[in-house]
Design a protein around this ligand. Sequence first.
Ligand SMILES: Nc1ncnc2c1ncn2[C@@H]1O[C@H](COP(=O)(O)OP(=O)(O)O)[C@@H](O)[C@H]1O
Ligand SMILES: [Mg+2]
Length: 399
Amino acid sequence: MTVDDRQGFTELLKSREILICVGSGGVGKTTTSAVIGLQAALAGLRVLVLTIDPARRLANSLGIDAIGSERQQIELEQFQEIGLEPEGEMWAMMLDMKESFDRLVERDAPDEETCREILDNRFYHYFSTSLAGTQEYAASERLYDLYEEGRFDLIVLDTPPTTHAFDFLEAPKRLADAVSSRALQWLYKPGILSGTPGRGILSVGTSYVTRTLSKFTGGELLEELGVFLRTFSTLFEGFETRARSVQNLLSSDSTGFVVVTAPDTLTVEEALFFYDKLGSDALNVDGFVVNRVHPQWVDEPNLELAEEKLPGLLAELDEELDSAASESIDIQKLVDQLSENALQFQLRATQDSRSIEKMGRELPAAMPIGCVPYFNRDIHSLGGLDTARRELFVVDEKP
Ligand SMILES: Nc1ncnc2c1ncn2[C@@H]1O[C@H](COP(=O)(O)OP(=O)(O)O)[C@@H](O)[C@H]1O
Ligand SMILES: [Mg+2]
């Protein structure tokens, strides 16, 4: 399998302060984030893996299984158990997207009373949970705070499991636009209050607004909206300024993106789409990780040799079993099944290498492409992450 320049993966750890793993749902973004984090810690960096939806057992083994938990350092003993001695530190944290927005309000509200008023307000509830991108925005602000804090050499960010991964990247800009005064004017448009679909920020989910609002009398409704506008608008200015800072950080040279993909043609196409999109937003793409690659177990020459020798060996085995009068096993059937299985696997492996090679041709020659094989079990422990790490950062392991 041709893998362009795996060395690049080691380099990328040193050149950025934030690495963001993007890609379609289920391809292995969370796993890859943790694998990169592990490598960074072993390379002597103080790294934070900011994950969004770790599989429960992975979260367990990283010590971040409790919802809303703060960042946790992976204990040295945990590394020692699997024979590792990191020079750096590995920290992990689970980002709770739902609570992130409330945290922003708690942080920025001028006083306790306003804070409560906002959090209890139904319009706020709608705004913070249903408007596309708001939670992603809150998450990206959290990233910004952690970055500003400066405690870590590198933050590896996992992105949400949605198919709309770009919500995350576009959220700062979208929110900045949404809270700009022009957009706010939409709130006053009569169409929204009467439930007619409009194009303002609250009308994105008009059905929700209409459903919720129809329970109120016109007076109650206006009052609640009034409270929302009065209290929440105290925060708008801050949002707008910081949303731009977050946006700037994401597109600066401090931040790099790693596109994670599966090796099948369709997912690779999606990955290339991600790549184009990131490029057109002038974001830095540092590498591709092809995850769950079917490895070539057998080389072509071995395969030919096997084809030549196998019939003879089979016949011998058959005779031996016959003489042992072992009629309970249908050896021929078993062999047929196994070779069919091997053939199918080989086919997959060949398809995978072809689509990876094709992907390589469509990307700039210097773009690092790292591969991680399809393991026969989930990756949910530090040991499992280390196995994947050795595959992805293969060059480092060579003497
Ligand atoms: N190379 C691999 N081989 C086997 N299982 C894998 C591999 N990569 C990821 N997995 C498993 O697949 C599941 C989904 O991976 P995850 O990283 O959570 O994907 P995503 O974050 O993109 O949704 C997890 O249970 C993980 O352990
Ligand atoms: Mg995930």
